[in-house]
Design a protein around this ligand. Structure first.
Ligand code: GTP
Ligand code: MG
Length: 214
């Protein structure tokens, strides 16, 4: 993604996709826009590398979270990590953009589907939290023990990401979307083909400019 941004905005192109390996630590990049310079810190997403993310939180002016929209098997893990970022106190007032990458791939989830998946994951979690207090009285769960029931639920959410086989919602609390989710911006991109990349950079440009004026 960052290499594509460099290629599109800088005289010297970024690395071609076939030369890009998993990010160990950080990659940095800079682009110059009218009256603004945007500096990017691309942080690796692997589990061990995530622990360095908070070191950047105090310095940054916006956060872009890139999700692989083709990797449905890892969406639950993705949402757990995203939710932590979303709730990090030091990031709470910063512009946050969620990018659904790999839109060039026919198997990728659309922006709407990505939103819905996160929404469903959140509902599943809050359902788990409330039901946790009641479960001991449920006949089908009798004798299972609280820990086991919780484990079953988590396993199921892990497998499905909150979406049933037919694509419908597994949980429906009948309304009240999380306010933060409603105001969260999600955009579709293809880091490979560059689709949506200018829209994402413009989004950042506008947000960072606006934040400066305040
Ligand atoms: N089809 C398609 N493949 C992509 C796109 N972006 C990345 N890939 C492929 O996905 C794989 C992972 O890409 P990376 O750029 O290493 O992903 P990353 O999110 O930076 O991963 P980490 O650096 O480990 O955090 C590579 O095989 C890329 O070629 C895209 O927009 N479309
Ligand atoms: Mg990377």
């Amino acid at each position: 993604m960052l290499e594509k941004i460099k290629t599109m905005y800088n005289p010297t192109p970024g690395m071609p996709p076939e030369k890009i390996g998993p990010t160990v630590g950080q990659n940095i990049g800079k682009i110059t826009l009218p009256s603004t310079e945007l500096r990017f810190f691309d942080l690796g997403g692997q589990r061990d590398i995530r622990s360095i993310w908070p070191k950047y939180y105090d310095e940054c002016h916006a956060v872009v979270f890139v999700v692989d929209a083709c990797d449905q098997a890892r969406l639950t893990e993705n949402w757990q990590v995203f939710d932590e970022v979303l709730n990090s106190p030091r990031l709470l007032n910063l512009p946050l953009l969620l990018l659904a990458n790999k839109q060039d791939n026919p198997t990728s989830l659309s922006v709407a589907e990505i939103r819905e998946s996160f929404d469903a994951w959140q509902r599943a979690r809050s359902n788990r939290d409330t039901e946790d207090d009641e479960i001991t009285n449920k006949p089908k769960d009798k004798g299972k023990g609280k820990a086991k029931i919780q484990e079953d639920r988590e396993d199921r959410a892990e497998r499905t990401g909150g979406i049933q086989k037919d694509g419908t919602k597994e949980w429906d609390d009948g309304g009240a979307k999380d306010e933060r989710m409603a105001s969260l911006d999600v955009m579709g991109v293809s880091a490979l083909e560059g689709t949506g990349v200018r829209d994402a950079v413009n989004w950042l440009y506008i947000r960072v400019q606006n934040a400066r004026k305040m």
